[in-house]
Design a protein around this ligand. Structure first.
Ligand code: CTP
Length: 428
């Protein structure tokens, strides 16, 4: 794909060097267009060496090619990262005073903008008005991360990590349109990652979940306008999902408690975590020793007890709230006590077995859990855990089965949010 990467003058421009590298590794042709001020941070030679394309900032370089026209006409995806308050203002006002903004005016492909600036500049009504204008015109603007900024200050305004820029921008390219803002004003609660069930202060029982799918769900939900909270177990040091509040937990019981505090206020709950079904019956307060001692048997024989099922507990609390009847059929949840009851989505990681296919297991699980939608991944033979791609189906309680062919975890996340929107359209 022919991708334009506009780089404006923020200190975070250095992170976009890695964005170029990641896009090139995936086989894309990257044309970097820096603003003149961004060259104060990263020089032209760096962009040319990394992208393999010549780089200029002005429409007066390479005049015979009329570069802004040729770049604009051939671009299949236009990313601006980092985007300063100034470049956002110039894009919103249709200015064409350098090669970046002139090419952006020419482009008819999806445009994705990753703002970065100090919090006061981001929250300033002028910037927010410019952001609203661009969104209205079909530009995807990904809210910046919360965190440490250039000086001692911290807050919303931090530039996304390179992988986040690439994943979200390619998701928009896949859609061939901006993310819909269909989750604007909706509160979304997501469980993600694996849980660690402690044996003693240095050992735990865990699983292979990376948390990538749950974080992708969070980032796409935030990009679609939701207010997102993620209850995250082990996630292998993934960057904090953009636009989301993250509550870190270790064990299934911690995750249960954090979900229980918040599920009543959520419009949509997605349980994507790989929750350990069992935990050691006893957690020692000290390290168990290998030497022959009373504890040594507990290192060779583990006694386990069952963990709470978080997804089922969300379903039953919702039923109690909406009908006062914890045996009510799930469809009754939409009446009578609440106009907008929580939509609950589960995940199923299935390998299939001699008696059932993964899809058959998922059908059974959807019924058993009582949620509205269930996303089933086929996880046989290392197909999913820790990888960047995922395939599966979204099953809904009203019998719809949506096939999701192999795609990135962001692609699956986007398809799942589409399935949630379609389900809501069907039942409401
Ligand atoms: N889940 C949960 N709490 C648990 C176990 C599972 O919230 N203690 C949720 C998962 O987050 C997922 C769904 O239930 O949304 C299905 O998880 P999965 O591990 O596939 O199913 P299990 O219920 O554990 O059943 P089994 O292991 O027998 O397939």
């Amino acid at each position: 794909m022919k991708i334009v990467l506009g780089v404006s003058g923020g200190i975070a421009a250095f992170k976009s060097c890695h964005v170029v590298r990641l896009l090139k590794e995936q086989g894309h042709d990257v044309q970097v267009i820096p603003t003149a001020t961004s060259l104060e941070f990263i020089g032209r030679a760096t962009w040319e060496a990394l992208s393999g394309n010549s780089v200029s900032t002005s429409v007066f370089d390479g005049v015979p090619e009329v570069r802004h026209v040729s770049i604009g006409h051939t671009a299949e995806l236009f990313i601006v990262a980092p985007a300063t308050a100034d470049v956002i203002a110039r894009l919103a006002h249709g200015r064409a005073d350098d090669l970046l903004t002139a090419s952006a005016l020419m482009a008819r492909c999806p445009v994705v903008v990753f703002p970065t600036m100090h919090t006061e500049m981001w929250t300033h009504p002028a910037t927010q008005a410019n952001v609203a204008t661009l969104r209205q015109r079909g530009v995807t603007i990904v809210d910046p991360a919360h965190g440490r900024l250039t000086g001692p200050d911290s807050g919303p305004g931090r530039f996304a990590e390179p992988e986040q820029v690439v994943n979200l921008a390619l998701s928009v390219a896949r859609r061939q349109s901006q993310f819909p803002r269909d989750l604007e004003g909706r509160r979304v609660l997501i469980t993600a990652g694996g849980t660690h069930e402690n044996l003693d202060p240095v050992r735990f029982v865990g699983n292979r979940s990376s948390g990538k799918q749950g974080f992708a769900l969070a980032e796409v939900a935030a990009a679609r306008g939701a207010e997102v909270t993620v209850i995250a177990g082990a996630t292998h040091e993934l960057p904090t999902p953009l636009g989301s509040e993250v509550v870190r937990v270790e064990s299934a019981r911690d995750m249960y408690r954090e979900v229980e505090k918040r599920d009543e206020d959520a419009d949509i709950v997605v349980c994507a975590a790989a929750v350990a079904d069992y935990r050691p019956a006893e957690e020692k307060g000290w390290k168990m020793k290998k030497s022959a001692s009373a504890e040594s048997t507990s290192l060779t024989t583990l006694s386990m007890v069952e963990n709470p099922d978080i997804l089922k507990s969300v379903v039953s609390r919702r039923q109690e709230r909406t009908t006062g009847d914890d045996h009510a059929g799930p469809d009754k949840s939409s009446t009578p006590n609440s106009a907008t009851p929580t939509i609950i989505v589960g995940f199923a990681a299935e390998t299939g077995d001699p008696n059932h296919t993964p899809l058959e297991h998922a059908q059974l699980k959807l019924k058993d859990k009582g949620c509205e939608l269930l996303v089933c991944n086929d996880v046989g033979q290392g197909k999913v855990f820790g990888r960047n791609t995922n395939r599966g189906w979204v099953l809904s309680r009203d019998g719809e089965v949506t096939d999701i062919p192999s795609t990135s975890k962001f692609g699956l996340a986007d398809s799942m949010w589409d399935a949630v929107a379609n389900y809501e359209d069907r039942v409401r």
